[in-house]
Design a protein around this ligand. Structure first.
Ligand code: NAI
Ligand code: NA
Length: 396
């Protein structure tokens, strides 16, 4: 079957198995090229199939030979439909990892549920005994609360007033003004319930209760800050409240892990094109300007470069982990460099439909977006029938 991208709004309905596999191979090669890290050995990644979570899994497996268990929520292929990208990514990762002699198993289901936590616990008990790193990298629009069964929906809204700014439709390049209505208290509470720290905490409690965290174990969740210009819709909006909660949760978890000398961190990562970030108004325009500036400065990174640096230069240097005044690891340091942000802010003022092709990196944005779904990847022959990938080797 020949598979082509089929767009609907901000999502792509199809994914290419060979393109996704090539993406995974490229990430593996990148990690190998950077050399060995004295890093984690037994790793649980929650949200392991795409984006930062996938990179965290690959960097652990190929940076320090780690055994990995990945948890995610992805769709298998079905009649007339391709699988979701994370399905193909994981199938490719498992195959590569097993061929390289690395332990890798995966669990597909709702990480917010008690059932999936129990399944994961059973798998760790049976196969690994304990884990020494737990990466929490979920991005989800909804969460069914395991105790109340209430379905919470997150929103991306400003707080305390309507927010108006520029945005771009990255398919057409059209720059326009967008106004987003302010959030209600309920919107805020729901977003915190989905993307805040409660579920991370529940995972760690569940693992610790079963003595599955090794002495000195580390857990890391991912956050974002970004510049003043996106603050109303991001850091000071509903999602920002959830990130505040996530960051506060790191301290609570760290307290609970003291008896095993465990550590809990939030790592603030760089803005990147993922399925989640493409849906946030204003952010795609910011990212297209940011990419242009960071590429020109030679400091652009993707998820794998970010996470390789997180392990090699922050978490596993053998010295104390460097953190900011709020206790957070910063791998958004290059994005937030003053010279970079000054340039982006200036370009922001100039950005219109007419100027953007010259001052922004829309082609880079689009290429990254399509590559999330396995399209327009070098070395992939899209004229050839795509391989069928109905199974993931290590799926439990
Ligand atoms: P992503 O959409 O690429 O990955 C999300 C992962 O969560 C996937 O593996 C997916 O299968 C899994 N997932 C979603 N719902 C699930 C559920 N109910 N049960 C089990 N698995 C589920 O997202 P991305 O961008 O990698 O985000 C990960 C974290 O990084 C988020 O906390 C995000 O806020 C943060 N981050 C993202 C940045 C960006 O620019 N994309 C920047 C900084 C932080
Ligand atoms: Na992820």
């Amino acid at each position: 079957m020949i598979i082509e991208p089929r767009m609907r709004g901000f999502i792509c309905l199809t994914a290419h198995p060979d393109g996704c596999a090539q993406n995974v191979k490229n990430q593996i090669e990148y990690v190998k090229s950077k050399g060995a890290i004295n890093g984690p050995k037994k790793v649980l990644v929650i949200g392991a199939s795409t984006g930062f979570g996938l990179a965290s899994r690959i960097a652990a497996a190929y940076g320090s030979g780690a055994s990995t268990i990945g948890v995610f929520f992805e769709k298998a292929p079905s009649e007339g439909k391709t699988a979701s990208p994370g399905w193909y990514n994981t199938a490719a990762f498992e195959k590569e990892a097993h061929a390289a002699g690395l332990y890798a198993k995966s669990i597909n289901g709702d990480a917010f549920s008690k059932e999936i936590k129990e399944k994961t616990i059973e798998l760790i008990k049976a196969d690994l005994g304990q884990v020494d790193l737990v990466i929490y990298s979920l991005a989800s629009p909804v969460r069914k609360h395991p105790d109340t069964e209430v379905l919470h929906r997150s929103t991306l809204k400003p707080i305390g007033g309507t927010y108006t700014n520029k945005t771009v439709d990255f398919h057409t390049g059209n720059v326009s003004e967008i106004s987003i209505e302010q959030a209600t208290e309920e919107d805020i509470a729901n977003t915190v319930a989905v993307m805040g720290g409660e579920d991370w905490s529940m995972w760690i409690d569940a693992l610790k209760a079963e003595n599955l965290l090794a002495e000195g174990a580390t857990t890391v969740a991912y956050s974002y800050i970004g510049p003043a210009l996106t603050e109303p819709v991001y850091r000071k909006g509903t999602i920002g409240r959830a990130k505040d909660d996530l960051e506060a949760t790191a301290f609570k978890i760290a307290d609970k892990l003291k008896d095993i000398d465990g550590k809990a961190y939030v790592s603030v990562n760089k803005a990147l094109v993922t399925q989640a970030s493409s849906a946030i108004p204003v952010i795609p325009l910011y990212i297209s300007l940011l990419y242009k500036v960071m590429k020109a400065e030679g400091v652009h990174e993707g998820t794998i470069e970010q996470i390789q640096r997180l392990y090699a230069d922050r978490l596993y240097t053998g010295n104390a982990v460097p953190v900011d005044e709020k206790g957070r690891i910063r791998i958004d340091d290059w994005e937030m460099r003053e010279d970079i942000q000054t340039k982006v802010a200036k370009l922001w003022e100039e950005a219109t439909t007419e100027t953007l092709p010259a001052i922004g990196d829309l082609p880079g944005y689009r290429a990254d977006f399509l590559s999330l779904f396995g399209f327009e990847i070098d070395k992939v022959d899209y004229q050839k029938d795509a391989q069928e990938v109905v199974e993931i080797e290590g799926l439990v």
